[in-house]
Design a protein around this ligand. Structure first.
Ligand SMILES: *Cc1c(COP(=O)(O)O)cnc(C)c1O
Length: 369
């Protein structure tokens, strides 16, 4: 560290140069994050100094968190559901494992997750010394219900299902998993970090929410398809009592107990998520999501016209194909199995898709022998 401070002008010149080294979303086809909506950015700035970790000091910000939770409770068909905001899907999933493990009190606790589960569950299991049992997927990359049933035993404290998988955009058969969870009295968690802002706004989408009576919790991320700011997650629970096992005393704060994983928590990204939800309303999200799905279909159709086969027809705006390389400067990703993966986020507009397809067409020489 230097002894002398820098002049702000000089400093920002330097910072802007560093920022330019980052890739711009204009050519990023691999990310589940996107440019936040301008309304989110403005709200974020307004609440920059708020700390939800000491809620008594920020009752206005707390009321926005409460209203955001109410919005999701209605959207997910259980008006009496509760919840809290988190830093994203990883923290939400860790919290679920924490309260499931605490409630079950098993000697050697385990959870059953689909092979498609996000790697946050591996982190959570390692942290908490819980065994992670992987249920295989069917030919459409959805959790195999019978196989999941066979992995369950008396020490299973949670069944995890995914609504909109990170890699293939598929939704597990959650109503069927609910039947098993109900019979065995096991908590059923739905990881809808991505799909939670997509499926409610689509016609004929697979069911995933509290309308399935056995679903106990749902994680959803405003910083993905919500067009909020980073970091922003929401953990919804059917019954807020699940948090009781996590309470600790917080003697020097304005509240006496807390169950959150983190201490100081940003109010800014919560206000941002709340602001976009009010600004868009369900109609705004419906048109946003419908557009992303149309772009996904156009991309799939365009790639197949070049002879590159889709892996599956996705439930959400994630398209996957047989492995092929793509031209620069496009940034794509590949799944664990090596399949090409493109996420049609809001910044991946129809124009972006057409421009990618045109570049790909010039670059791609079909294999003719
Ligand atoms: C992105 C994602 C996560 C992790 O969320 P973070 O916000 O990156 O912590 C968890 N589950 C699913 C299904 C995801 O797509």
């Amino acid at each position: 560290m230097d002894a002398e401070g820098l002049l702000a002008d000089e400093l920002f010149c330097f910072l802007e140069a560093r920022r330019k080294e980052d890739f711009s979303y204009s050519h990023i086809l691999s990310s589940m994050c996107t440019t936040p909506h301008p309304v989110a950015v403005k709200a974020h700035a307004l609440f920059m100094e708020t700390n939800l970790g000491d809620p008594g000091l920020f009752p206005g910000t707390v009321s926005l968190e409460d209203e955001l939770i109410r919005w999701f409770a209605d959207l997910y068909h259980e008006p009496s559901a509760g919840g809290c905001t988190t830093s994203g899907g990883t923290e939400s999933n860790i919290q679920v494992l924490r309260f499931c493990k605490a409630a079950k009190k098993a000697k050697n606790p385990n959870i059953v997750v689909p092979a498609s589960a996000h790697f946050s569950f591996e982190k959570a299991c390692k942290m908490m010394d819980v065994e992670m049992r992987l249920a295989p997927l069917d030919h459409e990359y959805r959790m195999d219900v019978n196989a999941a049933g066979e992995l369950i035993d008396k020490d299973t404290c949670c069944i995890v299902s995914v609504a909109g998988t990170t890699e293939y955009g598929m939704t597990d058969p959650i109503p069927e998993l609910g039947k098993i969870a109900g019979q065995e009295d096991i908590h059923l968690h739905v990881d809808a970090a991505f799909g939670g802002y997509v499926l409610p706004f689509l016609k004929d989408a697979p069911k995933f929410d509290f309308s399935i009576p056995e679903v106990g919790s749902i994680s959803v991320d405003p910083h993905k398809m919500g067009m909020g700011t980073i970091p922003s997650g929401v953990l919804m629970v059917r019954d807020e009592k699940v948090f009781c096992n996590l309470l600790v005393e917080t003697p020097y704060l304005t509240v006496k107990q807390a169950y959150s994983l983190t201490g100081t928590r940003p109010g800014a990204s919560v206000a941002a998520a709340y602001a976009v939800s009010r600004y868009f309303g369900t109609k705004g999200y419906t048109s946003l999501v419908t557009g992303c799905m149309e772009n996904t279909r156009r991309l799939i159709e365009g790639m197949e016209a070049f002879g590159v086969r889709r892996k599956v027809t996705p439930d959400v705006n994630v398209a996957t194909f047989d492995h092929v390389d793509v031209p620069k400067p496009w940034i794509v990703s590949y799944t664990r199995k090596g399949d090409l993966r493109i996420v049609c986020m809001p910044h991946v507009s129809r124009d972006v898709i057409e421009s990618f397809l045109a570049d790909f067409g010039e670059f791609h020489v079909p294999n003719t022998h």
